[in-house]
Design a protein around this ligand. Sequence first.
Ligand SMILES: Cc1cc2nc3c(=O)[nH]c(=O)nc-3n(C[C@H](O)[C@H](O)[C@H](O)COP(=O)(O)O)c2cc1C
Length: 386
Amino acid sequence: MPSALFTPIKLRELELANRIVISPLCQFSAVDGNAQPWHRMNAMHHLASGTGLLILEATAVEDIGRITAGCLGLYSDENEAALTQLVADARTMSNTPIGIQLSHAGRKASSRPTWELWKGPNLTEEEGAWTPVGPTGEAYTEGWPEPKELDAQGLTRIVDLYVDAARRAQRCGFDMLEIHVAHGYLLHQFLSPMSNHRTDRYGGSRENNMRFPLEVIAAVREAWPAEKPIGVRSTGRDFNEGGLELDDAVVFARELKKLDIDYVVPSAGNVAPGMKLPKIEPGYMVHFAERIKREVDIRTMAVGLIVKPEQANQIIESGQADMVAIGRAFIDDPRWAWHAAVALGEENPPIPPPWQRVNPKVWPAYKMARNEKSDLEAGMGHMRRE
Ligand SMILES: Cc1cc2nc3c(=O)[nH]c(=O)nc-3n(C[C@H](O)[C@H](O)[C@H](O)COP(=O)(O)O)c2cc1C
């Protein structure tokens, strides 16, 4: 019997071999939005780990929608060619489905990558700063760029950009899309009362705040092949007083269900300064996914400090979520899924054939390498060929 974590799941026509998903992880290493050798290396590492799905990082639908100058894009033919090549290379090595997260940074664009934040959060003019767009002309906070407020034409343009990017993603060969409505980027900026102070039909009430993200998502769903899934990274809570709460996330998920969205992965925060964070402990956001799943009857993916195989398995087994998205644990250990399979007693850990010699069935030092008491240490080591 496979463990719950290693039980397959189907999203529309897409089969995931297990419930482990590599969460989108910005690399801030693109040039003009184009994937580089670094992205290929990163994707290959992750694809070799035997997860059910890999979702590539937040990828901007226009150049001024990049968080940093190093973010991936899917707004030019060159961007499309680079990602087409990456997907083609990946297909020669792995059957793991590959998705991509479509994003627009809105007023949080023109920032520096994490490793340069010590210089300050935003690019300077000399470094090529640009004017972002936002729901209103309000900056994220003092010192951040003042965005240009999106007018009716601007909103239509953004919807079209998402649709174009989705069509490009289809031509690249991606298996699924995730749409980013979290972490304070453009669609979250519309959704949250912390950042949306519009007075037209796109702001001022929960219904109005949801309107633009839902219009974008509906347009993308329409443009994306019917057999391929779309997930939404939503916001479980803003963690700001007066911001989005879990009740809002449930209402939003109901709307996503109406749009035939395949799963919701509720994350949180970063739409406005002054967050009051809860205790950040393993699985601290799993209850978002659990409540949405229970009340909305939509599939959910839990995310946030999911680190241990037993913890991940428990989330699936107990029905709190249908999948787990894991980020940093995979940067730390790109073989996390193999190790999880062994820890959970799976018969066949998902190790690619050329690397099967590290399967614990044939490598007596496996446990030693994991700092566990091994047969070798116990003096019973012998080479087996199975
Ligand atoms: C380096 C890094 C880059 C990230 N990039 C993205 C991203 O592109 N899109 C996104 O939705 N979340 C992004 N996140 C958030 C992760 O996907 C994930 O939600 C978060 O790290 C919590 O999961 P973890 O505890 O398993 O790492 C990023 C996180 C890290 C550490």
